[in-house]
Design a protein around this ligand. Structure first.
Ligand code: SF4
Ligand code: F3S
Length: 107
């Protein structure tokens, strides 16, 4: 099992999660982060750190977010590792909690 980043990270990308991950398994895209399921050691540390509540254990991913399990695995293969916190987008708080953000995912 692994932890999974879901839709509410899109356009929020606070990166607080990166700071606590002991194995650097987060990978960064233009406006979203993913977790490499092959690197995640299930330590649970990142889940409570996300201000957008976007991180779930794989077996707790909401029914309408299931596609993000495969998406994290896919994008982690091509996106670079991120291991340091970086500033969130200026409008991150405005996007926090908005639905239908999948259409804004940049690859
Ligand atoms: Fe990293 Fe632990 Fe989160 Fe997995 S559960 S992504 S190892 S902080
Ligand atoms: Fe995204 Fe939350 Fe990390 S918004 S970048 S999963 S802290």
């Amino acid at each position: 099992m692994a932890f999974v980043v879901t839709e509410n990270c899109i356009k929020c990308k606070y990166t607080d999660c990166v700071d606590v991950c002991p194995v650097d398994c987060f990978h960064e895209g233009p406006n979203f982060l993913v977790i490499d399921p092959d690197e995640c050691i299930d330590c649970t540390l990142c889940e409570p750190e996300c201000p957008a509540n976007a991180i779930f254990a794989e077996d707790e991913v909401p029914a309408d977010q299931q596609q993000f399990i495969a998406l994290n695995a896919e994008l982690a293969k091509s996106w670079p590792t991120i291991s340091e916190v970086s500033p969130a987008p200026a409008d991150a708080d405005e996007w926090n909690g908005k639905t239908g953000k999948m259409q804004y995912l940049e690859r």
